[in-house]
Design a protein around this ligand. Structure first.
Ligand code: SF4
Ligand code: SF4
Ligand code: FES
Length: 252
């Protein structure tokens, strides 16, 4: 496919409102959506707001909705669209608009701050940590997260229900809680907080978060479902319940 003019429809506006605007922008072989947005900015819309950093799928900044699907603009090839079709680019729907394609994602940082950090047993110093290789490998998948928040954006619990944001951390942060709860050296029991403070029960394992993750992390299968099982064990298994009462994990 050689050079052609793509039909682009881009949302322009701010938190007071806005609208979709149509543009025709040149596309060359091998380009991605972010290239076209940058060309639009350089040639026709110098005031267009767009957030990006690495252009390599690693910083998680260029998240947007392309034809209604949450994606990274720098990892979406223009060759994946028919040149005759219009490509619509809108900001992430779940977060407040700042301007044009830029949203305020502070919801995510607030949730991140609320999660108690890794807590090793008292007296164990860095360098003395010992754990099985299988436990190291399990958490490595979760640590591939680039914090693009596409999973947070797509999750229906908050996407259409602003009122749930106070009580639901979202898939990225339930994955973080699961990662820490699975850590053999973490002494905090995170099961109750996952359910009661961070709203794990709202998740009905639709797997939409997994489908949009650019790092292909199996968020639902490997983090959310195992975490739900751990919560269920604690809540409904009488032996586990009694064990928890009698021998709570040492937090001192
Ligand atoms: S699986 Fe759970 S967290 Fe993921 S999108 Fe569905 S409801 Fe949200
Ligand atoms: S889990 Fe995947 S989709 Fe969610 S923030 Fe991390 S990289 Fe993005
Ligand atoms: S610009 Fe960094 S992920 Fe797209």
């Amino acid at each position: 496919m050689g050079t052609y003019d793509a039909k682009l429809r881009v949302w322009r506006g701010d938190d007071d409102g806005g609208e979709l605007q149509d543009y025709a922008v040149e596309v060359n072989e091998g380009e991605v959506v972010l290239d076209i947005v940058h060309r639009l900015q350089a040639t026709q819309a110098p005031d267009l707001a767009v957030r990006w950093n690495c252009k390599a799928g690693k910083c998680g900044s260029c998240s947007a909705e392309i034809n209604g699907k949450p994606k990274l603009m720098c990892m979406t090839r223009m060759s994946s669209f028919d040149p005759a079709d219009t490509v619509t680019i809108t900001p992430l729907r779940t977060f407040p608009i700042m301007r044009d394609l830029v949203t305020d994602v502070s919801f995510n940082y607030e949730k991140a701050r609320q999660i108690p950090s890794f807590t090793p047993p008292k007296g164990l110093k860095p360098g003395e940590y010992r754990m099985a290789q299988v436990d190291v490998e399990r958490s490595q998948e979760f640590r591939k997260c680039i914090e693009c928040f596409l999973c947070q954006d797509v999750c229906h619990v908050v996407r259409d229900h602003e009122e749930n944001k106070a009580n639901f951390a979202g898939p990225r942060f339930h994955m973080r809680i699961a990662e820490l709860d699975m850590h053999p050296l973490d002494v905090v029991d995170r099961r109750e907080m996952a359910q009661d403070t961070f709203g794990l029960g709202y998740c009905n394992i639709t797997k939409c978060c997994t489908e949009v993750c650019p790092e292909h992390i199996k968020i639902t299968d490997n983090a959310l479902i195992p975490m739900k099982e751990r919560v269920a064990d604690r809540k409904y298994d009488p032996i586990v319940w009694l064990g928890n009462k009698l021998f709570r994990r040492d937090q001192t």
